[in-house]
Design a protein around this ligand. Structure first.
Ligand code: FPP
Length: 267
């Protein structure tokens, strides 16, 4: 059998194992390992970021094909400003280029594009293309792609706390009315269901200030593969692993006729 056929067979075997009724609706991804991927090849870190873009396209297509509805990716964190200025500038230019080159296809695919984070510090040319991309795709309803830029989970929580404190001091709400629902309504992800699955590539086992509130009950899948080497095949492995999990949300497994004594060690 040729190598191509072996790969096709492995892919078909994996995709057959997916339960299409249990595909997560919202998947969050920490696309990590671009720099290490480039360094391993003796290339500048920028090559890793550039290669990461085509992987994102592949995973976006695969998510849509599986029936997933929302993908949220961590493209630039509040901490990423501490990188060398050349790398920060490279990433900003890359975001501009990718948006310019891909927005038509994104729109044709009926994908809504949303940017999450504080865009204030970015240059005007990037902000302009971000706003026009959001506006062009705002009525698309097949799929939502959230790109987190200058995003930090703690900063988001502090922002919500400030909004609620202001509303409380102006008398718009009472402190006793603050609850999870109200908190949710002030989040940058307001109106979007929390991710059922978080994928992080490159083997790192951290959340790194990503969606701290929203990931409270998400299943976490760590792939050892560096982001530029991640692909649809690895993505299917993550989905299969997720589908093997028993999501209990702090409760106990709800099996028919199962007594407390039977299940007390399973949490
Ligand atoms: C983390 O790898 C990756 C980033 C900080 C940038 C990710 C950006 C892309 C893949 C481009 C996406 C483009 C758009 C328009 C959304 P790292 O540099 O931290 O890798 P390392 O841990 O190996 O150093």
């Amino acid at each position: 059998m040729s190598l191509g056929k072996i790969i096709d067979k492995k892919y078909n075997d994996l995709s057959r194992r997916i339960d299409m009724q249990k595909v997560p609706e919202h998947i969050a991804i920490i696309m990590d390992g671009n720099g290490r991927w480039a360094a391993k090849k003796g290339l500048p870190r920028s090559f890793g970021h550039k290669s990461g873009v085509s992987v994102l396209k592949e995973i976006l297509k695969a998510s849509k094909k599986l029936g997933c509805k929302v993908l949220t990716v961590y493209a630039f964190s509040t901490e990423n400003w501490t990188r060398p200025i050349e790398e920060v500038n490279y990433l900003i230019n890359l975001f501009c280029e990718v948006l310019k080159n891909e927005i038509e296809e994104i729109h044709q695919e009926s994908i809504k594009l949303k940017f999450i984070g504080d865009l204030t510090p970015f240059p005007e040319n990037l902000k302009k293309i971000i706003y026009s991309s959001e506006s062009l795709t705002k009525n698309n309803n097949t799929f939502l792609l959230n790109v987190c830029l200058n995003y930090g989970g703690r900063q988001e929580i502090v922002k919500v706390a400030k909004e609620l404190a202001l509303k409380s001091s102006s008398g718009e709400i009472k402190p006793s009315e603050v609850n999870e629902e109200l908190f949710n309504s002030e989040l940058l992800t307001q109106g979007i269901k929390d991710p059922e699955l978080l994928i992080r590539t490159s083997g790192e086992k951290r959340i790194s200030n990503f969606l701290l509130w929203q990931l409270a009950y998400s299943e976490i899948y760590i792939s050892d593969v560096l982001w530029p080497d991640f692909n649809e095949f690895e993505f299917l492995k993550a989905i299969i692993d997720y589908q093997s999990r028993n999501r209990r949300f702090g409760g106990i497994e709800s099996l028919p006729n199962e007594s407390f004594e039977d299940s007390q060690y399973s949490s």
